[in-house]
Design a protein around this ligand. Structure first.
Ligand code: HEC
Length: 147
């Protein structure tokens, strides 16, 4: 077990270096080796039930990593989204993600989509499923009403 930590650190560093060296535009090239969502991905069920603790944990991460595009309230009107002229869904509207499965949301959060960078393995699976829970929660009254 002694070697595990430094080795993992090296892998993490290497993957950070790789992903940050790629500008957004480079990730969008047609015919690139972007990962593809499979039917199994789409069908995946969320194994993590939403809890106040789990949501509180990801809400913090959301503030640093997602709100600049998706907006603090999930309205899709973050500053960076405006700068990049992104048209994002308003998650406060329950119909916006009605037809999208948890598995798809999880996949997009993990792998990214278009101009959105994915989390990859930077966050644990459990945390990424909690992002799914958080994204869903924006459509619920009590969260959507928060400033
Ligand atoms: C650079 C801006 C940007 C950041 C930062 C960002 N996203 Fe996105 N997100 C997007 C774009 C663009 C899409 C794709 C919209 C489309 O294709 O219709 C998207 C799509 C999604 C979707 C799929 C559902 C939908 O509304 O299309 C989820 C879920 C999502 N993002 C969650 C997150 C989470 C969680 C974070 C933070 C860990 C995050 N995003 C960070 C831009 C961003």
């Amino acid at each position: 077990m002694r070697m595990t930590l430094p080795v993992m650190g090296a892998i993490l560093l290497a993957s950070f270096g790789l992903s940050s060296a790629k500008p957004y535009a480079a990730q969008e090239k047609p015919g690139s080796t972007e990962p593809k969502m499979t039917p199994e991905d789409t069908a995946k069920k969320n194994p993590i039930p939403p809890t106040p603790e789990g949501l509180a944990e990801v809400r913090k991460l959301y503030g640093y990593n997602c709100a600049m595009c998706h907006g603090k309230t999930g309205d899709g009107k973050g500053d960076l989204a405006a700068d990049m002229k992104l048209e994002l869904r308003d998650w406060r509207d329950a119909s916006s993600l009605e037809k999208v499965t948890d598995g798809e949301l999880f996949w997009i959060i993990s792998n990214g989509k278009g101009k959105m960078p994915g989390e990859g393995d930077r966050t644990k699976e459990r945390v990424r499923w909690n992002f799914v829970n958080l994204v869903r929660s924006f459509a619920k009254k009590e969260v959507a009403d928060k400033p």
